[in-house]
Design a protein around this ligand. Structure first.
Ligand SMILES: [Fe+2]
Length: 368
């Protein structure tokens, strides 16, 4: 496929055109020139640049272009000679599959089928780990079975994916009913769909919940996909959706002398308007005192979004058995729990947080 690629200067312009007959893309000369990897332009170990691309001539153009089957050699107007590999360029433009790219997330508005429940990958079983990581990136969660049930073993389980993040809740936190709880998680009542710790900077990106004991009646775990809800709600109420992506909210944690706050809209977006995260906590969100007309839209949007997030039809509902570990993206998914009967039996989970770059790096390494 790479043999059909062509990179040529556009007549009467400093820009270049890359195409393969079916697709075509116009490239800025500096965009290409700053990607040079010729000797002396990058550090061979770190692959970091040894020049500042901001100092390149803004009027840069190609003086000469010579093409072979797999690459194009450009002599730039500043004298630099750069060979551009066609396949590398095609991967960067998304035209060719890049095994180092993570799978795209697929939003779900009903429990994914098949449900991503997988046996805990044995040490060295790279294919099982790739399947698990892909399920995690695609659905935003995975449930592992057959892990140890000794208290504290989550440290090794989660530690396989990355560094565990210590917080004022501890490296691992226990989830069971206890007197004077700092959080409603430590009671037997129902927990509606929420994201964890919206008040931290940064918000933890992955949560693990490890089931050690579950003899209680009830207490099923629930998950909802914030990505699918984001997309569906944009169709249902575009104005309300806009209010939720643009109105700042403060999230607060306050227990004894410990206080934490962070701010963001409920729906977080990239510069191009695509979903980048959701924070949902009906216990901790305090919107800014913006003008009442904007608040009308915000409150309408928040009520509409919550209705969607609490719709049982959108939920994945499952019981965590001893030895099961749920690994979920706390920036994308919301989690909750059905109520359980305190007297019916013991229910003990341990949890912890890690960050997305751990599994991200692991998946890219396994692609090698
Ligand atoms: Fe939670």
């Amino acid at each position: 496929m790479s043999s059909s690629y062509s990179l040529q200067a556009i007549d009467g312009s400093s820009r270049l055109r890359f195409d393969n007959g079916a697709m075509s893309h116009e490239l800025h000369p500096i965009w290409l020139r700053e990607r040079t990897t010729e000797d002396g332009t990058i550090d061979t170990g770190s692959l970091q640049r040894l020049f500042d691309p901001a100092t390149l001539d803004p009027d840069l153009s190609a003086s000469n272009v010579e093409q072979s089957e797999a690459a194009t050699t450009i002599t730039w107007s500043d004298g630099h000679v750069q060979t551009v590999d066609h396949l590398t360029l095609a991967k960067e433009l998304g035209w060719e599959h890049d095994p180092h790219q993570l799978p795209d997330p697929v939003g779900w508005s009903a429990e994914p089928s098949p449900f991503p429940r997988l046996a805990w990958p044995a040490e060295g079983d790279d294919n099982a780990m790739i399947d698990a990581l892909d399920a995690f990136w695609i659905h935003g969660f995975v449930v592992f079975t057959d892990t140890p049930t000794e208290p504290g073993s989550l440290e090794q389980i989660a530690g396989r994916f990355g560094t565990i993040r210590d917080t004022n809740f501890g490296l691992l936190f226990d989830v069971y009913s206890k007197p004077n709880p700092v959080d409603l998680a430590y009671t037997p009542i129902e927990l509606k769909a929420h994201t964890d710790n919206p008040y931290r900077r940064p918000v933890p990106s992955i949560q693990f919940l490890h089931c050690l004991v579950n003899d209680a009646t009830g207490g099923e775990s629930t998950l909802v996909d914030g990505l699918a809800a984001f997309e569906d709600f944009a169709e249902i109420d575009p104005e309300g959706h806009r209010a939720l992506t643009s109105t700042m909210v403060t999230y607060r944690y306050h227990y004894a002398d410990e206080r934490l706050t962070n701010r963001s809209p409920i729906l977080e977006t990239d510069a191009d308007g695509t979903f980048s995260g959701i924070r949902n906590s009906d216990r901790l969100d305090f919107v800014d005192a913006v003008d009442p007309d904007t608040l009308d839209l915000f409150y309408r949007g928040r009520a509409g979004l919550r209705k969607l997030l609490n719709d049982p039809a959108r939920r994945a509902t499952f019981l965590l058995a001893p030895g099961d570990v749920m690994m979920m993206n706390n920036r994308r998914l919301l989690h909750g729990r059905n109520s359980y009967e305190l007297e019916s039996g013991m229910r003990h989970l341990q949890g912890c947080y890690i960050e997305l770059d751990g599994p991200d790096m692991m998946r890219r390494k396994l692609a090698l």
